[in-house]
Design a protein around this ligand. Sequence first.
Ligand SMILES: [Mg+2]
Length: 444
Amino acid sequence: MSATTARITAVDTYDVRFPTSRELDGSDAMNPDPDYSAAYVVLRTSDGGHEGHGFTFTIGRGNDVQVAAIDALRPHVVGRPVDELCADPGSLYHDLIGDSQLRWLGPEKGVMHMAIGAVVNAVWDLAAKQQGKPLWQLLADADPEWLVSQIDFRYIADALTPAEALELLRRGKQGADERAATLLQRGYPAYTTSPGWLGYDDEKLTRLARAAVSDGFRQIKLKVGADLADDIRRCRAARAAVGPDIRMAIDANQRWNVAEAVEWTKALAEFAPYWIEEPTSPDDVLGHATIRRQVSPVKVATGEHVQNRIVFKQLLQAGAIDVLQLDSARVGGVNENLAILLLAAKFGVPVCPHAGGVGLCELVQHLSMFDFVALTGTTEDRVIEFVDHLHEHFLDPVVITDGHYRAPTLPGFSAAMHQTSLDTYQYPHGSFWAEELAQKEATA
Ligand SMILES: [Mg+2]
């Protein structure tokens, strides 16, 4: 190896928290007061060139635990040659999930796995910058054989073999150039959750639901599950605001037992909800299957808390979901999400990703756009969640036009935040929190 080979020299981490709980933005039946947060990581290189940015999303307390988990991965990353890393992010992904001691904390789930996702996504950001392409395009341009080499088929080969994945990707290449042109011209369909937070009153709900339709969205989503009488009233108000032709999803954020999920969903059926999201525990595969059988034609959706490709495999095998909601920052990064996209394609289940939070829209749009251009080739019954919070902190924020995500054109994974945002909202010493904590102390 020559002395000039660029290497990763530092893995810098940041505990970044935004005070979103003040406005009840993001409030739902299980999470009444989230402070949207990011455990944020920057990979720095010895040539001082591109950096890789990544993060995982939390909702406040515990973000320090998440940062500590990323810190624990540092020895695997520092010193790696940048070119090798970018040519094969899967090699790092394998090393991280295979760390024989850290693996005990999962395996492949929870805080440690989300930390792996943050680091792996930072590598993909770096790789896309090196290639001078937005990530969706890097993936769409990649050889199917190489993409298959990036996937860990352990524990999923009973549902999807490497040969089947290769076949799906080869088929996905046909017509990819035309679809890329369509994507750049038209964007990718979005739906919005902004009207439906549980902490908003009916006037705000109605106003935002009407605004969503006039902004071009064809689907909205409401939080439900705290109080049935309230839900009936809110669903009635929202349906009246948007009319019969707009899809209206509902989201219980894991609030219910299986029987309760069925009863509650049926009690809201007169408002024609399109899907019921997270009706119960994300780990309850058979529970979701039972709910799905009993609430049809209301569809069942889940995924934002599904911990890995193996649970997604079972949800698909059990016929437990109509809509798969992968999340860019919950599982082991792009590598594992490629496996999940391919599983969904194999089973013919549409992917409607979870987004919102901090930066989840920025990240996940790349995965759906790749899926459209070079995997399933369709946006039918597919929408990416959109929530209009905190985008101003990003260098390359999402752009929504007429209810569609515009395709990003800047190189990378759209993950980088402004340094001023990091400095202001770093917890507890950033200028915003330092002032807050000082004030609290003064009034105590
Ligand atoms: Mg949700």
